[in-house]
Write a protein that binds this ligand. Structure first.
Ligand SMILES: NC(=O)c1ccc[n+]([C@@H]2O[C@H](COP(=O)([O-])OP(=O)(O)OC[C@H]3O[C@@H](n4cnc5c(N)ncnc54)[C@H](O)[C@@H]3O)[C@@H](O)[C@H]2O)c1
Length: 364
């Protein structure tokens, strides 16, 4: 076997374990170090996986300069994605950055500029893209089955699903529900139609549950949004209606929907993160007859066939390793996800200003 791919992990909190496990299961990868700003945390993380000889750092900049690395997983909280990603790219290291891409649009722009200068991979961690039914919906839309898509609506949401820890801190997470699960909805809706350019957004991002001790135990520390809605005008005459909630007095904000000139696709109950098929309905018209078809999965539910990683998260890690080995392309390109980030940024700006705002993405 050739040289192993040398991987580092930056940020060794909750999600880093879901990166570490697949990395350790791959014969062609070695994890060669880790970093966390909390003293001792990266050391304990490496030791937990038996990597007692691998160095631990407290500064991402020091880590990427001191250790020979091919790639890093950035698993820090949202507001430090940009600084860690840029440090790695500037050191000539490929990057898999967790979602959301960043907090502000400007940070995402800075990350892409650093990528352009470095000529390295920058992929963003939206693992639901590897889901089998999700890919099938994308393919159906690409096939032209529903004609030209003019309306997209996100669905889902949680009845009671406020997380704790750094997710409710403005300083660490920046966003609340929007950056946690809202960015997934945006990706699900817009990747299927190749991310048309967002032009304007009118939105509200607020909270009604996290700050109420009746519904949330840590209400006095809750600083972010738990509910947001937006109307986004997009290039090509596409309207995108977005909504997301960490908590509400209902089980769902509705179904995900793409309406086209020749048909519609509805995802009922959302895509199941454990790869069980949700209900996907194709609405069409055959010789004037209105036809509703249920789309059934015809093979195993994961688009990647790797023996050890039959789940979307591991498929995302494998996708990054493969891209590092072949030199690209970026599996989930930051250059595309910047439009997701621009919408999140626009939602916050619009909500703060109480009016519709324009979305302008600077030249990279
Ligand atoms: N893809 C998914 O399914 C998924 C699931 C959960 C979380 N996430 C994302 O992963 C990220 C981390 O979430 P988490 O639950 O692990 O949070 P966490 O707070 O448990 O862990 C983040 C860690 O990063 C460290 N850190 C912060 N800034 C740093 C810096 N500059 N340098 C080094 N270390 C730094 C913190 O000390 C902490 O240990 C978030 O962006 C979140 O949105 C993704």
């Amino acid at each position: 076997m050739g040289k192993k791919i040398r991987i580092g992990v930056i940020g060794t909190g909750g999600i880093s374990h879901l990166h570490m496990r697949p990395y350790q299961s791959f014969d062609d990868v070695e994890v060669v170090g880790a970093c966390d700003i909390v003293p001792g945390k990266a050391r304990a993380f490496l030791d937990q996986y038996g990597l007692t000889g691998a160095p631990a750092f407290e500064s991402a900049a020091e880590f990427v300069k001191s250790v020979e690395l091919d790639g890093v997983s950035i698993c820090t909280y949202n507001t430090t994605h940009a600084e860690c990603t840029i440090a790695a790219l500037e050191a000539g290291v490929h990057v898999l950055c967790e979602k959301p891409m960043s907090f502000t649009l400007q940070q995402a722009v800075d990350m892409l500029r650093a990528q352009r200068r470095a000529g390295k991979i920058l992929t963003i961690g939206f693992q639901p893209r590897y889901g089998y039914m999700r890919r099938k919906v994308d393919e159906m839309i690409d096939s032209g089955a529903i004609g030209k898509v003019y309306y997209v609506q996100s669905g889902g949401g949680r009845r009671r699903g406020i997380p704790g820890g750094t997710f409710i801190s403005k300083q660490n997470a920046g966003y609340g529900c929007l950056g946690d699960i809202g960015c997934y909805s945006i990706d699900e809706c817009l990747h299927a139609i190749h991310y048309p350019k967002p032009l304007t957004v009118s939105a509200i991002a607020t909270n009604h549950f996290g700050t109420n001790p009746k519904y949330w135990k840590d209400a006095e520390h809750f600083e972010v949004d738990d509910f947001s809605v937006a109307l986004v005008r997009m290039e090509g005459g596409v309207t995108f209606v977005f909504k997301q909630a960490w908590a509400m007095h209902a089980n769902s904000l509705g179904n995900t929907l793409w309406l086209g000139t020749d048909g519609g696709i509805e995802v009922r109950n959302g895509f199941d993160e454990h790869n069980h098929p949700s209900s996907v309905i194709l609405y069409t018209d055959v010789n004037g007859m209105q036809v509703d078809s249920q789309v059934l999965p015809s093979v195993g539910f994961n688009a990647y066939g790797y023996p050890k990683d039959q789940d979307n998260f591991a498929a995302k890690i494998r996708g990054f390793v493969d891209a590092v080995k072949t030199g690209g392309p970026d599996p989930i390109p930051g250059a595309e996800i910047i439009r997701n980030q621009a919408i999140c940024d626009g939602i916050y700006r619009s909500s703060m200003l109480g009016k519709e705002v324009e979305i302008e993405i600077p030249e990279i």
